[in-house]
Design a protein around this ligand. Structure first.
Ligand code: URA
Length: 230
């Protein structure tokens, strides 16, 4: 929200008094005087007028979880344990998932209370690379590389998938990098070759890699470099 709107929404100020406070240097955001009403503030901003605290600002929180198989990527579910059940944190209702994984997929899942950050990460135009390790029932041939790089037509959505990079590791496993996140995308891409995915694990999202020290079900806070990378 714009700072001038934040101020004029408060009972004690109207648009004119808010503008006057701003131009005369009475307003501080995160300890810095801000004169420009267009400046964006959020629930994480500390906002003061003449050292009187109007909003303390919530701490922004960012976590990576090693999602185990059998736990659902949702904040609530009637049947299964959810990934939020694995977090021992206060105010879990403020948290949401930056992307999802299927019930039987394991690996990197990002969880935050910062909606702007998660939107940047998940919006289609970010083209963020997500790397999956895929294990299949049938052998994977070199033909897959070209087909995935060309894109596959998904009739249900009426679209062609973006170029994806496949690196074959051995006869039945490969690394696949996707730059989008269609429904069951990896399974459907291998399904094009009637090749069933029997194990799917996400290794990274952009430059954030799943910490190899995290066992399935464990999580940790992201460090500042990881947060800033998105
Ligand atoms: N593609 C899938 O098929 N499943 C996932 O969980 C992620 C990508």
């Amino acid at each position: 929200m714009r700072l001038d709107r934040f101020l004029s929404n408060l009972a004690q100020y109207n648009r004119q008094t808010a503008r006057q406070l701003l131009v005369s240097g009475h307003v501080q955001v995160d300890g810095v005087v801000v004169c420009e009403g267009l400046c964006n503030v959020s629930q994480f901003s500390r906002i003061e007028v003449d050292n009187q605290l109007l909003q303390a600002g919530k701490p922004a929180r960012y976590f990576m979880l090693h999602k185990p198989i059998g736990v659902v990527s949702a904040t609530e579910h009637d049947e299964h344990r959810t990934v939020l059940d694995l977090l021992d944190e206060p105010d879990k209702a403020d948290l949401h998932l930056a992307g999802r994984l299927d019930l039987n997929t394991s690996g990197l899942l990002l969880i935050t209370n910062d909606g702007q950050w998660s939107r940047r990460l998940t919006e289609p135009r970010s083209l963020l690379g997500k790397v999956y390790r895929v294990t299949t029932e049938q052998p994977i041939s070199a033909e897959y590389i070209e087909v995935f790089a060309q894109g596959l037509y998904f009739a249900y959505e009426g679209l062609t998938t973006l170029p994806a990079e496949l690196v074959i590791l051995d006869s039945h496993s490969a690394l696949l990098t996707l730059h989008e996140g269609r429904y069951h995308q990896v399974k459907r891409m291998f399904g094009h070759f009637q090749n069933k995915v029997i194990d799917l694990h996400r290794l990274s999202m952009g430059s954030i890699e799943l910490d190899p020290q995290l066992a399935p079900g464990q999580y940790r806070a992201l460090n500042s470099a990881e947060i800033a990378s998105c």
